[in-house]
Design a protein around this ligand. Structure first.
Ligand code: AMP
Ligand code: ZN
Length: 493
């Protein structure tokens, strides 16, 4: 279903600083690239929040009927300590400390990353390329940038010439920085520095003899720069110009700024139409980060084994907690906030479980169609999940009133309500039911409700053979139908 034709989705574009209607380059198709993890340690909950924000965005785009090619890479080389230009490779350092092969480190933490994402019910991206699998593509882009005069080689390393680039293009437009200010605010270059300017960044770094992660290149043995990897992988799978590029807010500068510069220097035009940035998860009011130790691991939350927690929390509850905040807002994790989310999540699930059993009436006192559009309106407003969730609780309120006999619902509206809740809660927000992926009892209830409807139709047509068959066969499975004044109910034995 091409729902996108009726729903005008607006996204907040960090490049323009405005909400803009999303217009894909090719109608009905969307190319989206999100910077993946650097796999040198276990993902913490902060990392998960950024990836979950884009999982929700991926889910909503798919729900709207777009054919989405979602590329999320694995950074398995070239990302140096402190996200800096010098220092040890994060993966090589871990390998040295643990006496492992770098690729053992990469594999261990890639497996951990996938395990955790599965627990959180993530959809798989369409392509998950690795940086080390695309060295040739990276070398080709460096050659191209060198040819065009926006890079220079020095002692086996290649640097991007930011000043030269800024004469023809605009360096800093994503992060709102001006090169002149950056230059004014930096110290003098150390005499031994190979760069012409401190703002220049490495496209290729010469590997010192002790550096194990190395590849041959026209400039000697070395390894690629972190920023270049994403340019190579996004261009390869999505083209020189694509729709959406995402990542955490902390990657806007320098990582994404450098990606733009590299692509513009190489192709002569901007690579991305919409830059989307997800905000940070904090703990004790400070950014969760691997380097500072101010972080919590997903497994600690699932087991309750962390001193800030009073109990364990299920992955779906944590996901619900994340979805209660807008992806561009900062979110602080605390035990109290998780307890409140658990209560809300259970209330939502209970209402969804009760819905199939509700009696139906000749008229509805709840305008389900209007409510459904409100759910879309919330999501069309830059994926406003907190407003969507407020709407879902509006439905919960009505379900409970109908249960108490204070409001009414037609069979048609009940169906629509059930389908819409299912779409938004499971497909878009990615929340699993209480008993794992989409609670089995919930599905069974839907199937029995359908059979009851078919039996009613058969009876109305005086086709008693069919209506009796449905009742008897269900009874044989331990499912009893009971006909009452207000319709048919069922019980499981
Ligand atoms: P890294 O593995 O360090 O390259 O980070 C992977 C992703 O996690 C990046 O998109 C970061 O922006 C994101 N990230 C890191 N810390 C946090 C945090 N505290 N909250 C949300 N996202 C984060
Ligand atoms: Zn990246």
């Amino acid at each position: 279903m091409q729902l996108y034709k009726d729903q005008a989705l607006k996204v907040y574009n960090s490049l323009s600083g405005k909400k803009e209607v999303l217009k894909p380059i090719n109608e009905g198709h969307i190319g989206m690239y999100v910077c993946g993890p650097t796999v040198y340690s276990n993902v913490h909950l902060g990392n998960c929040r950024t990836f979950m924000s884009f999982d929700m965005i991926f889910r909503y785009l798919k729900h709207l009927g777009y054919k989405v090619r979602y590329v999320r890479n694995i950074t398995d080389a070239g990302h140096l300590e402190n996200d800096a230009e010098d220092g040890e490779d994060k993966i090589a350092k871990k390998a040295r400390l643990e006496q492992l092969e770098p690729m053992e480190v990469v594999h261990r933490y890639t497996v951990d990353f996938h395990d955790i994402l599965n627990k959180f019910n993530f959809l798989h991206p369409s392509i998950e390329p690795t940086a080390t699998g695309h060295i040739i593509e990276q070398i080709e882009i460096i050659k191209d940038i060198l040819d065009k005069g926006y890079a220079y080689e020095k002692n086996g390393s290649v640097y991007f010439d930011v000043k030269k680039f800024n004469e023809a293009y605009e360096y800093g437009k994503l992060s709102g920085r001006k090169l002149e200010d950056m230059i004014a605010n930096t110290r003098e270059l150390a005499a031994q520095d190979e760069k012409k300017n401190p703002q220049d960044f490495a496209l290729w770094k010469k590997a010192e003899p002790q550096h194990i992660m190395r590849w041959p290149s026209p400039w000697g043995d070395g390894f690629p720069g972190w920023h270049l990897e994403c340019t190579a992988m996004s261009t390869k799978y999505l083209g020189e110009r694509f729709d959406i590029h995402g990542g955490g807010m902390d990657l806007k500068f320098p990582h994404h700024e450098c990606e733009i510069a590299q692509a513009e220097a190489s192709n002569g035009h901007a690579p991305v139409n919409y830059w989307l940035h997800a905000n940070m998860l904090t703990l004790n009011g400070k950014k969760m980060a691997k380097s500072t130790g101010n972080n919590i691991l997903p497994l600690e939350i699932f087991s309750g084994e962390n001193k800030i927690l009073s109990k364990a929390f299920a992955p779906a509850v944590v996901r619900f907690f994340m979805m209660q905040a807008h992806y561009t807002s900062i979110l602080d994790l605390s035990n109290d906030a998780l307890l409140a989310s658990e209560k809300g999540y259970n209330k939502l699930m209970e209402a969804m479980d009760a819905l199939p059993h509700l009696e139906t009436h000749a008229v509805s006192s709840f305008d389900v169609a209007a409510w459904k559009q409100q759910c879309y309106t919330a999501m069309n407003d830059d994926f406003n999940t907190p407003t969507l969730i407020a709407n879902l609780f509006e439905a919960v309120k009505h379900i409970n009133l109908i249960k108490e006999g204070k409001e009414t619902l037609t069979a048609e509206d009940k169906n629509l309500l059930q389908r819409t809740l299912h779409d938004f809660v499971f497909d878009v927000l990615g929340l699993e039911g209480k008993n794992g992926a989409e609670s089995g009892t919930d599905k069974l209830s839907e199937v029995i409700t359908l059979l009851i409807e078919l039996r009613n139709e058969a009876r109305a047509n005086k086709d008693f053979a069919t209506s009796d068959k449905i009742r008897d066969q269900l009874a044989g499975m331990g499912i009893q139908l009971k006909d009452g004044k207000e319709g048919t109910t069922f019980s499981l034995s």
